[in-house]
Design a protein around this ligand. Structure first.
Ligand code: NDP
Ligand code: ZN
Length: 353
C-alpha cells in the first residue's frame, strides 16, 4: 500500500491509502523527487471544473525516480531520474497521429494525472507510455527548473505557439502567474517586440520584466482594453496569450486585437457555461480574429527541448519558485498556498528528500 494526497470529492481533499499502481509492459512506476501543485488542481477540486472525482490522488507536476519499468520500455531503467510530463498521451492513438496528442482517447484525455487516474502526489505514481512521456533529468539541473518543465514551461510556451507569435509582433500576455510568465519568456524568444504583461502581484510583475515584458498593465487599475489601446495608439496588438482572468477575458482580448490577430488561450476556465465574443469588435464575424484554446501537448520531445533551453540559460524557470517545502506530507500546505495565492507567491515546490 502507499499513501497519497487526494481529491475526496468536489471541495474536499485528504490523505488516503491505495495499492501501489501496477506497471504495464510500456509503462513505468516512479517515486517523486520533487512535486508542485498547480492552479489546475485548484480548479479541479474547488470549482469542480471537470466534474466529480472520488479519492483521486492529485498533482501532475513532478520530477521522479524510476522504480519499475515494463518489459517493452527501451530507454529507461530502474534508478533513472526523470522529467515527467504533466500530459502523458497515448502516442500511438489516432489523435496523436493527427497532431493532437493531448486529446488522445478523447477531448483532454492526454491529461491523465489527476484527471482520469491518480496523480503524482503519492509515494508512487504510474506513467503510461514511458518512452514517450518521460525524459532523462539532465545532470546538475536545478530541481525547481526541472519540475517546472512538467507543466508551467510547456504550457506557457504552448500559449505562444497557439497565438502564433512572429518576430516583431506586438503581444499582450494576459495573466502573469507561472504560466503567463513562461509565455512572456517564450514570446521574447519568438522575437516579439512590445510585450504587454497583464497582472498585479509585484513578485510576478518584476519577473515579467526580467523575462522580457516591455510594459506591465495592472488590471486592477483600470480597463486593460483601454490601457493597451492607449499604448498601441488605438491599433491594438497582433497576438495575445491568455494565461489568467476569466470568461470575460475573451471579450477584452477581442477588443484589443488587430484584424488578422490571433489569441492563444491556455487558461483553464473553471466556471460558467458560455464565453461571449463581442460582435462588432469581432468584425461582425468577419474580422479575421482567431481564438485557439489548447491543453499543452506533453511528451518526451517537448520536455527534452525545453530542458535544453534551461541548460543553455535561455529560460530560468527556477525563478518561479518562491516557496520550498520538504517531505511528501507538505504537498498539502503547498496546495493550500496555491489556493490562497498570497501576494508573494509565484509557485511552491516540494522536495522529497
Ligand atoms: P495564477 O493564478 O498564478 O495566475 C493568474 C494570472 O492572471 C495572475 O497574473 C493574475 O493577476 C491574473 N489575473 C487574475 N484575474 C485577472 C483578470 N480579471 N484580468 C487579467 N488578469 C487577471 O495561475 P497560473 O499561472 O498558475 O495558471 C494560469 C492558468 O493556466 C490556470 O487557469 C491554470 O489552471 C491553467 N493551466 C493550463 C494548462 C494547459 O495545459 N492549458 C496547464 C497548466 C495550467 P495577479 O497578479 O493579480 O494574481
Ligand atoms: Zn499544472
Amino acid at each position: 500500500m502507499m499513501k497519497g494526497f487526494a481529491m475526496l470529492s468536489i471541495g474536499k481533499t485528504g490523505w488516503i491509502e491505495k495499492d501501489v499502481p501496477a506497471c504495464g509492459p510500456l509503462d513505468a512506476i516512479c517515486k517523486p523527487i520533487a512535486l508542485a501543485p498547480c492552479t489546475s488542481d485548484i480548479h479541479t477540486v474547488w470549482s469542480g471544473a471537470i466534474g466529480e472525482r472520488h479519492n483521486m490522488i492529485l498533482g501532475h507536476e513532478a520530477v521522479g525516480e524510476v522504480v519499475e519499468v515494463g518489459n517493452l520500455v527501451k530507454d529507461f531503467k530502474v534508478g533513472d531520474k526523470v522529467l515527467v510530463s504533466a500530459i502523458t498521451p497515448d502516442w500511438s492513438s489516432l489523435e496523436a497521429q493527427e497532431g493532437y496528442a493531448m486529446h488522445s482517447g478523447g477531448m483532454l484525455s492526454g491529461w491523465k494525472f489527476s484527471n482520469f487516474k491518480d496523480g503524482v502526489f503519492g509515494e508512487y505514481f504510474h506513467v503510461n507510455d514511458a518512452d514517450g512521456n518521460l525524459a532523462h533529468l539532465p545532470d546538475g539541473m536545478d530541481l525547481g527548473a526541472a519540475c517546472m518543465i512538467s507543466d508551467m514551461v510547456p504550457t506557457g510556451f504552448h500559449g505562444v505557439e497557439l497565438a502564433d507569435i512572429q518576430f516583431g509582433d506586438n503581444v499582450a500576455v494576459i495573466g502573469i502567474g507561472p504560466v503567463g510568465l513562461m509565455a512572456v519568456a517564450a514570446a521574447a524568444i519568438r522575437g516579439a517586440s512590445n510585450i504587454y504583461a497583464v497582472g498585479s502581484r509585484p513578485v510576478c510583475v518584476s519577473l515579467a520584466k526580467e523575462f522580457g515584458a516591455t510594459d506591465v498593465i495592472n488590471y486592477k487599475e483600470g480597463d486593460i482594453v483601454e490601457q493597451i489601446l492607449d499604448k498601441t495608439h488605438g491599433r491594438g496588438v497582433d497576438r495575445i496569450v491568455i494565461a489568467g482572468g476569466d470568461n470575460d477575458t475573451f471579450d477584452q482580448a477581442i477588443r484589443m486585437l488587430k484584424p488578422g490577430g490571433k489569441i492563444g488561450n491556455v487558461n483553464y476556465l473553471g466556471e460558467g457555461d458560455y464565453v461571449k465574443i463581442p460582435r462588432t469588435p469581432w468584425g461582425c464575424g468577419m474580422g479575421h480574429k482567431l481564438i485557439t484554446g489548447g491543453l499543452m501537448p506533453g511528451g518526451r520531445l517537448r520536455s527534452e527541448k525545453l530542458a535544453r533551453l534551461v541548460e543553455t540559460h535561455r529560460i530560468h524557470p527556477e525563478k518561479l519558485i518562491t516557496h520550498t517545502f520538504h517531505g511528501l506530507e507538505n504537498v498539502e500546505p503547498a496546495l493550500m498556498l496555491m489556493k490562497e495565492k498570497p501576494r508573494d507567491l509565484v509557485k511552491p515546490l516540494v522536495i522529497i528528500d
